[in-house]
Every structure is written in C-alpha cells, then in structure tokens.
Design a protein around this ligand. Structure first.
Ligand code: NAI
Ligand code: MG
Length: 496
C-alpha cells in the first residue's frame, strides 16, 4: 500500500500527503490492509484513501506508547517536554499555510479561518510547553516526626478521539496538556477529516519527541475508536464528539479497566439579547455565534432569545446582516461559510430544517441547499420558535438559527436553562447587574457577556450537565492528565 500521495491544492500549495499510520515515529501500513476514502466536501469527490487502523493496529500503537512511557519518555525532563512542545508550536507556525490548506480541502472551512485554527493550535502548544516544568505537588504537615508530600504524576497511556469540526485545533487541545504532564498518546482523527492530523504527524519527530510518545492513527469510530475505549492497557480516554458516543465511551471504560474518562460533548447554547443591548454589536455576535464554522461548533449559540422590546427590529436587522455572510469555495478569500463536512451532516441539517418548517416555525430566510454541488446549505433563520420544537431542543450542528421572544429576566433564565446540555451561553446587555445576575444563574460551563465563541487557551472550557466531564484548556486541563500520589514518611520511626 502507498504511504504518501502528492496533492496539489487550488491555491497552488503542493505537498506529500502521508496516508499510513504514524506509530513509534514511523509511517507504517495497517496490518490488515484496510483503508477508507477521504471526501472533499466542496466537490463531493474522493481526494485519496488513507489507511484504516483496526483493533490490531490500535494494539500495536498502545504497545509502542507503553514502551515509551515506561522507558525513554520517563527519563525526559519536564523542561525538555516543554522544549519539544515549543518546537512543535514553531513548526505549526512555519507550516501554517500548508496545514490550513489541507484543512480547507478536507473539512471545507475557509483557508483564512483554518489559518486561525493553526495559529490557535500553536498557541496551545506554547502555553502547555510553558506549564511542563511548573506542575508540582505540596508538602502537607500532619504531625511532628512525619513528612508528607504529594506528587502530580502522569496518568500514562492516553487514547484521544477527536471530531471533524476543528481537526487540527482539537489535535492540539488533546496533545498539549497530555504531553506537558508526561503522558504518551494515541490520537485518532475523525474519519471525515483525517488529512491534517497526518500532516501534523510529520512534524512530531522533527520537534524532538522520542518514538512512541505521540502516535497518530486514522480509523473509524466503531472500529478504532471502540478499540481505544475498551483497551485494557489504555489508562485514560479523552473524547470530543456527540453525546451518544460519549455515553458509549464511558460504558466501554466501565466495562474494561475503568480507564479515566474526560468528555467534551454537544450543546444547545442560549444566546440572550436584552432590550438594553447594543443591537448592532449583539447582531454581530449572534451571527458569529451561530454561523461561525458553518454552525458546526459544539458551543454554537443555536438558541437565540431576544427580549420583546427589540424583537421585531432585531429579526429584520439580523436577516439583513446574514446576506453579508459569503457562502462558497473555502479557497476563495471572501468566503465566510463553506460546505458542511459530509453528505451525512448535510442530510442531518436539512432534515432539521424540514422539521422546523413542519412544526410551524417561521422561516425568515434560507432553508435550502446552496448551489447544486458540494454540501452547502443556505444560512437559515427560523423565528417564532417554541420550546417544544425539535429545532429548539436538539443540536443541529449546521447554519440554522432558531429565534424566540422573551419578556422578563426570569423568563430568560428559565428558558436558557431549559436544556439537557450546558456547554456555553451568552448574554448581551449594557447593564452590569443584568449581566452578572444572568451569568450566575445560567447552568453552563462558559458564559459570554457581549461576545461569543471567545475561546482562549488560558480559559477553561467544558460542559455542565450532558455536555461533558472535565475541562479543557487553561490550567484546568492539567487535572485531566495527572494523578496525585501521596507519600507519607515516618521520620521518627516506631509507631504512634
Ligand atoms: P461522533 O461522536 O460519531 O464522532 C466523533 C468522533 O468519535 C470521531 O472520531 C468518531 O470516529 C468517533 N467515534 C464514533 N463512534 C465511536 C465509538 N463507538 N467509539 C469510539 N469512538 C467513536 O460524531 P458524528 O457522527 O461525526 O457527528 C454527529 C453529531 O455529533 C453532530 O451532528 C454533532 O451534533 C455532534 N458533534 C459534536 C462535536 C463537538 O465538538 N462536541 C463534534 C462532532 C460532532
Ligand atoms: Mg473530508
């Protein structure tokens, strides 16, 4: 089987696309010779085929990771772990256009957006590179003649399963904190978008990582993903994706070796606009909140609640605003919204739009396919959406905004919290008292005030309720990848 293919992109970037599995700092073939096709969502055409990891390949990667963890990697100083992560950050910046172009090809997001993702990934590596030599325990006094301390030790071999909406960024969110704290990883990309993870893997050896520390595989969720979740020698699994798969992963962990589990799952986040908001600003944030990345964002502001005094004006102005969202080829410099990632996602989103129409929500604009080929969907706004409608309760993960009117602050809190999810939320107001009151009462891992999708590598991110377990980014993510060892020394000898 072929291990690389030359690919030329519409913007003139030409490169060698790796196709194999990256295990032990080497490109290898899948044991059973499995492979799957990679589709360009803009053209619906096959780009190439990558090798598919089976359960056997996962096992080989786990053995390589285990050997590194018990061997060479355990001898690397925290400072050097930080150095390698900084090297990786440099290499990401050096290869920013390449990585971003591959992302645009495979995922469909605009190259300019993808360049932002690559830079954000480099920032994550640099941030966690800084943490590598700053993770330490405590001395805890219990009695004279005793000496007790804690150490923060790595969890061990970590399986990491990432989604297709931010392939390269999720790669960094997972790898950064795991490596900083001395773990080793096997990371599986999503089957819709395996290409950028493989290109990123070409930088691992150059950054200085010893063999087996970071292993990168392509594979199907139900095969390689399931094998990772059930593996008896994987100590921890970290997952970003849908809530149903998150449940399956927890079950697999429970039924195998009780590996530690962190989950970053779906959302249906409320974006609440009060009468006293700066309406122009609020519209910009509401627009960005739901249409950024084609609506394929776990924290998308998909439930838009507007107070009755400005509701009609808001809906009209929002409709006018979205005509400026350029939908088209991700390689075109003006493009804001590209295609949905796959035929399946296109069909899912279109079926939600049909539900919205049938359930009686008012369609303000969009509601159909954009163009004749590629998985493009028109930016769509539904108004007069009620709480019982599917489009107000379920994660659509597409360019579909659902708007409803509310009267009082208490109403806003009640409907804002009327969801099984709790990933993010936002409030738009010029009153500090309203902003703080609402932010205290919303049950969500993040509350944005007069902004949206403001993610930053220093700020913890994760879900309340069914949106997940654990926090990524910031210092908080270090807890996902460390365990506390307590050491008690009896200095005085003898018994108490
Ligand atoms: P998914 O949850 O099936 O896929 C995410 C990752 O999980 C992929 O790497 C996939 O290979 C893996 N996976 C799938 N089945 C698995 C299994 N049985 N065991 C272990 N790993 C498995 O999500 P999908 O089907 O691509 O998208 C469906 C919906 O999920 C979307 O419409 C969206 O609502 C939500 N989603 C949420 C994301 C987030 O950022 N929180 C990202 C992607 C999807
Ligand atoms: Mg693709």
């Amino acid at each position: 089987m072929s291990l690389t293919q030359t690919i030329e992109l519409p913007n003139g970037v030409k490169y060698e696309q790796p196709l194999g599995l990256f295990i032990n700092n080497e490109w290898v073939n899948s044991v059973d010779g499995g492979s799957f096709e990679v589709i360009n969502p803009t053209t619906e055409k096959v780009i190439t085929s990558v090798q598919e990891a089976s359960e056997k390949d996962v096992d080989i990667a786990v053995k390589a990771a285990r050997a590194a963890f018990e061997g060479e990697w355990s001898q690397v100083t925290p400072q050097d772990r930080g150095r390698y992560l900084n090297n990786l950050a440099d290499l990401f910046e050096k290869n920013r256009l390449l990585l971003a172009s591959v992302e645009a090809l495979d995922n469909g997001k605009a190259v300019s957006e993808a360049q932002g993702d690559v830079q954000a990934a480099a920032n994550v590596f640099r941030y966690y590179g800084g943490w590598a030599d700053k993770v330490h325990g405590k001395v805890i006094d219990t009695a004279p003649g005793k000496f007790n301390y804690t150490k923060q030790e790595p969890v061990g071999v970590c399986g990491q399963i990432i989604p297709w909406n931010f392939p390269i960024l999720m790669w960094s969110w997972k790898i950064g904190p795991a490596i900083a704290t001395g773990n080793v990883v096997i990371i599986k990309s999503a089957e819709q978008t395996p290409l950028s993870a493989l290109v990123a893997a070409t930088l691992i050896k150059e950054a200085g990582f010893p063999p087996g520390v970071i292993n990168v595989i392509s594979g199907l969720g139900r095969v390689a993903g399931a094998a990772i979740s059930a593996h008896m020698d994987i100590d921890k699994v970290a997952f970003t994706g849908s809530t149903p798969v998150g449940r399956m992963i927890m079950k697999a962990a429970a039924n195998s070796n009780l590996k530690k589990v962190t989950l970053e799952l779906g959302g249906k986040s409320p974006n609440i606009v009060f009468d006293d908001a700066n309406v122009d600003d609020a519209i910009s944030w509401v627009n960005f909140g739901i249409f950024f990345n084609h609506g394929q964002v776990c924290c998308a502001g998909s439930r838009i609640y507007v107070q009755e005094g400005i509701y009609d004006k808001f809906v009209e102005a929002f409709k006018a605003r979205i005509t400026k969202n350029v939908v088209g080829d991700p390689f075109h410099p003006e493009t804001f919204q590209g295609p949905q990632v796959s035929q399946l996602q296109f069909d899912r989103v279109m079926s939600y739009i049909e539900h919205g129409k049938q359930e009686g929500a008012k369609i303000e604009c969009g509601g159909g396919r954009h163009g004749t080929s590629g998985y493009f969907i028109q930016p769509t706004i539904f108004s007069n959406v009620t709480e019982d409608m599917k489009i107000m309760q379920e994660e659509i993960f597409g360019p579909v905004a659902s708007i409803a009117k509310f009267k009082t602050l208490d109403d806003a809190i009640r409907i804002g919290n009327n969801t099984t999810f709790g990933l993010a939320s936002a409030v738009h107001t010029t009153s500090l008292a309203t902003a703080i009151d609402v932010s205290n009462r919303l049950k969500a891992g993040t509350v944005w005030i007069n902004t949206y999708n403001a993610l930053h590598h220093q700020l913890p991110f994760g879900g309340y309720k069914e949106s997940g377990i654990g926090r990524e980014l910031g210092k908080a993510a270090l807890a996902n990848y460390t365990q506390t060892k307590t050491v008690c020394i009896n200095l005085a000898g003898g018994k108490d």
